[in-house]
Design a protein around this ligand. Structure first.
Ligand code: B12
Length: 195
């Protein structure tokens, strides 16, 4: 695909579709957990490898973006892809991982790195949505993040009911500036921000 001139996003879409297909094969019992883990490791390696082909030196950064999994959420492929797409567009990125208290980490990063312009959260499993809502509420209350845009994504948000969970009580103000279930849509939103 790279030799044929496809961009990073197109390659990532194919890798993402492959992951979903691997999941279906696993669900149907055609492959085992070891195959699935091997596939994810290969996909993560490809993401880094593909991104390296597009990397170029930049004198200035567009800002700092933090990418975080909801607590207890182990699915990281989408955020790894998003991190590379943001870097390609000149952002500094930091992936917080999934085994640390997210809010503490975000606050620490704010102290260490200064301004944070963008916060991206992923909730792949429906069970991750409520913990995520709790984190978003605390971030919205924290004046240090007043200027940060918040974008959340993941298949959980395909459901209208789940998207409603992001509406903050009586004020009806959304806890996120943008909700996305795919990277194409997310990149359009981020490009519009940059303009
Ligand atoms: C690989 C995988 C794992 C790996 C993850 C390894 C890793 N390092 O990431 C491991 C083995 C750890 C795992 C564990 C589990 N998994 Co799993 N896993 C998968 C699998 C096969 C692929 C996930 C993936 O990489 N997808 C590719 C990415 C690109 O797709 P995506 O995450 O959906 O993201 C897309 C969009 O949603 C969006 N997006 C997502 N996040 C964000 C965030 C932002 C900001 C934006 C803009 C966009 C965005 O962009 C992406 C591209 O369009 C899926 C199958 C599937 N259908 O996805 C199951 C799947 C997600 N897993 C599932 C389950 C049930 C589990 C387990 C509970 C299994 C178990 N019994 O232990 C555990 C839970 C672990 C946990 N606490 O999180 C279910 C979830 C069902 C559900 N609705 O709850 C799935 C759908 C499989 C299935 N059909 O049952 N899993």
């Amino acid at each position: 695909m790279l030799e044929d001139g496809f961009d990073m996003l197109s390659v990532f879409r194919v890798l993402g579709d492959a992951q979903v297909e691997i999941g279906e094969l696993w669900e149907k019992g055609f492959i085992g957990i070891t195959d699935e883990q091997f596939s994810t490791a290969t996909t993560l390696e490809c993401i880094t490898g593909v991104a390296a082909k597009f990397r170029r030196f930049r004198r200035e950064t567009r800002g700092m973006a933090l990418l975080c999994n909801a607590e207890g959420e182990f699915h990281e492929v989408a955020l790894r892809m998003l991190a590379e797409l943001l870097r390609e567009r000149g952002w500094d990125t930091h992936f917080t991982g999934h085994d640390a208290p997210v809010l503490d980490l975000i606050r620490r990063m704010r102290t260490e790195k200064g301004r944070i312009e963008l916060l991206c959260f992923s909730a792949v499993m429906p069970a991750s949505v409520q913990p995520l809502v709790g984190i978003l509420r605390k971030i919205r209350e924290d004046p240090r993040f007043d200027e940060a845009k918040i974008i959340v994504g993941g298949p959980s948000f395909n459901s209208k009911r789940v998207r409603m969970a992001l509406s903050d009580g009586p004020t009806g103000k959304s806890l996120a500036d943008h909700v996305s279930t795919n990277l194409v849509d997310a990149m359009k939103y981020l490009d519009s921000l940059m303009r």
